[in-house]
Design a protein around this ligand. Structure first.
Ligand SMILES: Nc1ncnc2c1ncn2[C@@H]1O[C@H](COP(=O)(O)OP(=O)(O)OP(=O)(O)O)[C@@H](O)[C@H]1O
Ligand SMILES: [Mg+2]
Length: 262
């Protein structure tokens, strides 16, 4: 496996009196799919929010390619190559799927607002490039046929895929996916698993938070288990699945018994 592109060291976050993340360490290697699992309220989304620059850690370090990004703003972190999706779908409902992806892609452009508003040749050319790139991401995520439909009219599975397309439009090296399969039916979940696998095959590293254990265990190279803000286990899916502490706190004995059969 290639070397770490992301290293998290003794990461902590307190909200007033609540210690949501209490000294977590982990690394993510280039081109792997790594998952963070754990009970509701364990601190998984809070970790993502710190990685993506939504808010800074209370203490600890986030190192991306040898650069300390702990206190950078989210747009700087996105520009360095970390993109994320949200646990609750945040697409713009009145915009089409294509417009949603184009909007994300606009972050990558050079043309100023005035040139774009005056429709100068450079701006027109750039707009076409943005549209073409956005269409390619819609094709990649299987949404090309619904590109011109308002996002709010799309089935939920398509909206979740659109979130992923929008994050990919930032050309990330590391993609943070917060519960991409939440609310999906089993066919949509299979499609999402396939999509995440193809994202990794395209050269993007994936850090995944997810409660669907079949999905996590099927596609992850490594799994980290968080409980009440602390890392309680890490390893290959099989190792984590059979860890008595993880079974007790999160997976439950029924899941472990079932997983032994397959
Ligand atoms: N912005 C915030 N302000 C105050 N408390 C917060 C904030 N964000 C999260 N918390 C609290 O921090 C704890 C961890 O929440 P977090 O959302 O990280 O959990 P999670 O592991 O993502 O859970 P879930 O699986 O339900 O999404 C919870 O007790 C939550 O209420
Ligand atoms: Mg969460």
């Amino acid at each position: 496996m290639s070397e770490a592109i992301l290293a998290v060291e003794n990461l902590r976050k307190s909200f007033g009196g609540l210690d949501a993340v209490q000294g977590v360490d982990f690394e993510v290697s280039g081109n792997q799919i790594k998952s963070i699992i754990g009970p509701n309220g364990a601190g998984k989304t809070t970790i993502f929010n710190m990685l993506a620059g939504t808010f800074p850690p209370t203490s600890g370090k986030i190192i991306f390619h040898n650069q300390d990004i702990s206190c950078l703003k989210s747009f700087r972190i996105a520009a360095l190559g970390i993109a994320r999706t949200f646990q609750n779908v945040k697409v713009f409902g009145n915009m089409t799927a294509l417009q949603n992806v184009m909007l994300a892609r606009h972050c990558r452009t050079k043309t100023g607002f005035a040139a774009a508003a005056l429709r100068l040749p450079r701006a027109v050319r750039e707009e076409k490039e943005i549209r073409d790139a956005a269409m390619r991401w819609l094709e990649f995520t299987g949404l090309e046929n619904i590109a011109d439909l308002p996002s709010k009219s799309l089935p939920f599975g398509n909206q979740k895929a659109l979130e992923v397309a929008r994050a990919l439009a930032l050309d990330p090296e590391l993609l943070l996916l917060d519960e991409p399969a939440a609310g999906l039916n089993s066919r949509e979940t299979d499609d999402m698993a396939h999509l995440i696998t193809r994202i990794r095959e395209s050269g993007v590293t994936v850090l995944l938070v997810e409660h669907d254990m079949s999905l996590v265990m099927e596609i992850s190279d490594e799994v980290i288990v968080i409980d009440t803000g602390k890392k309680i286990a890490q390893g290959k899916p099989r190792e984590v699945q059979n860890d008595p502490e993880v079974i007790r706190i999160y997976l439950g004995s029924e899941y472990a018994a079932n997983s032994e059969k397959d």
